[in-house]
Unconditional design. Structure first.
Length: 617
């Protein structure tokens, strides 16, 4: 994303100030010469207009207030004199630096283009405005974990309306879908991807942050849902957050207390979102104290998203859906903010002018572009693994509805395409090692897809399903072969490749690969926890005749017994045994001559069944 810096300058104390029509400012915008700009509003009329945007008056008054404020910030920014907004590469970030207190109070997000249309909500040649200040940021070096761990804290104490915490939790789960494990309904989620802190107090919030920071797996994103609440005497009033007091009553928490609670996670949390009315409200420019969003950002949180005005209930949920949906899929935070703003504008019949209220404080550290690529790759890998798990559940469930198979097959196919697309992209070279290590994942996914098509064929459309099945198995073979050739010590990938070659071609074309795979597995069988090595050997001995070797069923039985003893002795879960059992069962129930496999020779169904009998006794 191309960034255009726009910075206002004036003399004297920047911590406080007021809007005075005609007051001069210097504006440095992009590569243009520094130019003067005049304040188009006095402070009292400005406050009247902002009151009109607080849903305290009718629709006509709100529209007029928005129109007037839009014209004011558009004139002040002077967007018509910025060629960067009409030419060059898009999207564009307007990196707005507003150090003066009175400027920070203006709703710059209402800026219009030359045609009088909202500048920040257009789909083509998209532009997003973010805010920051020049400041000695209190921050440490930010870690860049690709796997998200989201803290969602909400509060709805007596005296304020209920908050839509269930809707926000559902939106976060949907955004985290690719990171959440497949599990039975009602089962606890132990993945750590989403932690919910209900009826939060400031003490509980502080403890959750401190515990997370010391755990070794700290939160990476924080989402707070609560009502904004005025605190302080009228002339010193600012907006805090309505949390729960120890006795259950309402506790109006000051911005600095929220910042103090989140402080242990500086250097770990990249994004803080505040679904809190007025959390970015800077309208009281007579005092040096700032909004919650401003205070958090200056304290060291790189991205803080909040509202400078009251936020609608539906708008807050839509913001979470679109912002986190894009962000956790590896989108640039600025693009994610833009997508949320565009969605709010498109739904303004329900969300009012939330598209203007939405504010993003953004200060991106170096290395952000590479981090995005890594997040996107890790999101695709996690999503692919979850899609495989869903595929397994559908196959095991015995469901007899073709549309279920078709739906899961489409999801799995899309995830495979995502990873293949990444492998062919410009950024793939810097992650070559990671991608090579995941060739087996692509092979496994294609095999799952083939199994889905096989089971789907039993419900109708047999010819089409068989063709899709064989195509997926051939692709699976190719991925496993590439993975094994990349690293001959990966006997697991080698076994999968050789088994599929045997199934599809009725032979192992190069017996040297079989010998190499046996050698690698035997080496690993002498190491600690040799479960998978024994499993590989059992299947390799089953396949021995396909590699022009004598039958070695007794050796396969011995390998399975060694595998069982190894698992039992280590106290590990039985997944290696279950996985091996499932693979052997494929030779019995799927990869048979009756289903068109093992051309020009007998299948291995009887031999595999005898091995299964060994595992069951």
């Amino acid at each position: 994303m191309r960034s255009v810096l726009i910075e206002f300058h004036r003399f004297n104390n920047l911590e406080t100030g007021s809007l005075r029509k005609g007051d001069p400012y210097l504006i440095a915008a992009g590569g243009q010469p520094v130019r003067p700009s005049e304040m188009p509003l006095d402070h009292a009329p400005f406050l009247d207009l902002m009151r009109g945007l607080r849903y305290l008056e009718g629709a006509a008054q709100r529209d007029e207030a928005l129109k007037t404020l839009s014209a004011a910030v558009t004139a002040l920014l002077g967007v018509g004199s910025l060629p960067d907004l009409s030419a060059g590469e898009f999207p564009v970030q307007l990196d707005l630096v507003v150090n003066a207190a009175e400027l920070a109070a203006l709703p710059f997000e209402a800026v219009m283009d030359a045609a009088g249309q909202p500048l920040l909500v257009r789909a083509e040649k998209s532009i997003e405005l973010t805010r920051r200040v020049r400041h000695d940021f209190v921050e440490t070096a930010l870690s860049w974990p690709a796997r998200p761990r989201v803290l969602f804290a909400w509060a709805s104490p007596p005296g304020v309306k209920a908050v839509p915490h269930e809707d926000h939790a559902a939106a976060l789960r949907a955004a985290l879908e690719r990171w959440l494990p497949v599990q039975a309904a009602g089962a606890p989620d132990n993945s750590g991807a989403l932690t919910i802190l209900p009826e939060a107090s400031i003490a509980a919030l502080a403890k959750a942050c401190a515990d997370s920071a010391s755990s070794g797996t700290p939160f990476t994103h924080i989402h707070l849902l609560a009502h904004g609440y005025p605190v302080g005497l009228r002339h010193r009033e600012q907006f805090g957050m309505a949390l729960h007091a120890p006795d259950g009553s309402l506790d109006a928490v000051l911005p600095e207390k929220v910042t103090e609670a989140l402080a242990p996670l500086r250097g770990h949390v990249f994004v803080v979102t505040l679904a809190t009315c007025d959390a970015a409200n800077e309208a009281n420019t007579l005092i040096p104290e700032k909004s919650i969003a401003h205070d958090l950002h200056v304290s060291g949180f790189p991205v803080v998203v909040a509202s400078q005005l009251p936020f609608t209930v539906s708008g807050s949920t839509l913001m979470v859906e679109r912002f986190y949906g894009a962000l956790l899929a590896g989108e640039d935070a600025r693009n994610a903010l833009h997508q949320a703003r565009v969605a709010l504008h498109a739904n303004r019949a329900k969300t009012g002018h939330d598209w203007v209220s939405l504010v993003g404080y953004v200060r991106l550290p170096e290395g952000y572009a590479q981090h995005l690529t890594n997040v996107w790759l890790q999101a695709v890998l996690a999503s692919l693994k979850n899609a495989q798990a869903r595929s397994d559940e559908v196959v095991k469930s015995g469901v007899a509805r073709p549309e279920v198979f078709d739906s899961v097959a489409m999801i799995l196919g899309d995830r495979i395409n995502d990873l293949e697309k990444f492998r062919n992209g410009a950024a793939a070279e810097q992650f070559k090692g990671v991608l090579e290590e995941n060739l087996g994942l692509l092979g496994s996914a294609e095999k799952r897809l083939a199994e889905l098509h096989f089971e789907r064929g039993k419900l109708g459309g047999g010819d089409e399903s068989r063709a899709k099945m064989r195509g997926a198995l051939q692709r699976s073979l190719d991925w496993y072969r590439r993975g094994f050739e990349h690293n001959l010590s990966h006997h697991w990938a080698g076994v999968q490749y050789l088994s599929l070659e045997s199934v599809l071609a009725g032979r192992i074309e190069d017996p040297a690969h079989w010998h190499a795979c046996v050698a690698a597995a035997r080496i690993d069988s002498g190491k600690s926890k040799p479960h998978w090595a024994h499993g590989s050997l059992a299947e390799l001995f089953l396949l021995a005749p396909l590699a022009s070797q004598p039958a070695q069923e007794a050796a396969a039985v011995a390998a399975l017994e060694a595998m069982r003893k190894s698992v039992e002795a280590s106290g590990d879960d039985r997944f290696p045994l279950e996985s091996t059992e499932r693979q052997l069962n494929r030779y019995v129930a799927w990869w048979t001559t009756a289903n068109g496999f093992f051309p020009r020779r007998a299948d291995l169904a009887q031999q595999a069944q005898r091995l299964l009998d060994v595992m069951h006794r």
